[in-house]
Write a protein that binds this ligand. Structure first.
Ligand SMILES: Cc1cc2nc3c(=O)[nH]c(=O)nc-3n(C[C@H](O)[C@H](O)[C@H](O)COP(=O)(O)O)c2cc1C
Length: 173
């Protein structure tokens, strides 16, 4: 028997990403679940950010950001960065960063890093969806198989709408 439920979109799980931004000398980090890939050529991804968050303000200004795929080791830091705003506290020391060709910080401790330039923005109510074109990407060598990151080696952190965190399950086929 089916029961009618809320039309709020339900997806069983979201891989957590950490969006890193930089405004002048000020670096900020915030975890995001509403994020995903959009296109391969050009390489596009999206992150949906609440407008009044520091992350949205910095990306709107600089048109640049990085998407970092954390592993389960940094869960504590993720919870902290997701509980306070860069508008109130300095989160810049939470992670060590490195840079590619652009002045966009990427997180050393995250196994996969994607440096993005804003390709398009879509404003929906109190959210801004930033579509980013990935201009450079990096990965820890030990996570690669034929130069592609392997999800099981990345050990991604999965979250659910109930605020629970999981590791990735085992391969079934
Ligand atoms: C697991 C997790 C997922 C989150 N997903 C999103 C998201 O998709 N969009 C968003 O705007 N905020 C999301 N948040 C909340 C922001 O990370 C949080 O409000 C953060 O403090 C914003 O920081 P900022 O103001 O420095 O940008 C998430 C938080 C956690 C812990």
């Amino acid at each position: 028997m089916k029961k009618s439920i809320s039309p709020e979109p339900f997806f069983p799980a979201m891989p957590v990403v950490i969006v890193a931004t930089k405004d002048g000398d000020n670096i900020n980090f915030a975890p995001h679940g509403m994020s995903g890939q959009l296109n391969y050529d050009p390489p596009l991804l999206y992150v949906s950010v609440i407008k009044n968050h520091m992350t949205a303000k910095i990306i709107s200004k600089t048109k640049k950001f990085s998407v970092n795929i954390p592993n389960t080791e940094v869960l504590k830091k993720i919870k902290y960065c997701g509980s306070v705003s860069g508008a109130e506290v300095d989160k810049s020391k939470e992670f060590d960063v490195f840079y590619g060709k652009k002045d966009v910080p990427m997180i050393l401790k995250c196994p996969v890093n994607m440096c993005c330039e804003v390709y398009e923005t879509i404003e929906i109510k109190d959210m801004i969806v930033f579509v980013g074109q990935v201009t450079e990407a990096f990965a820890d060598e030990e996570c690669l198989l034929d130069d592609m990151p392997l999800a099981t080696k990345v050990d991604p952190l999965i979250c659910t709408i109930q605020g629970k965190y999981y590791k990735m399950g085992r391969e079934i086929e």
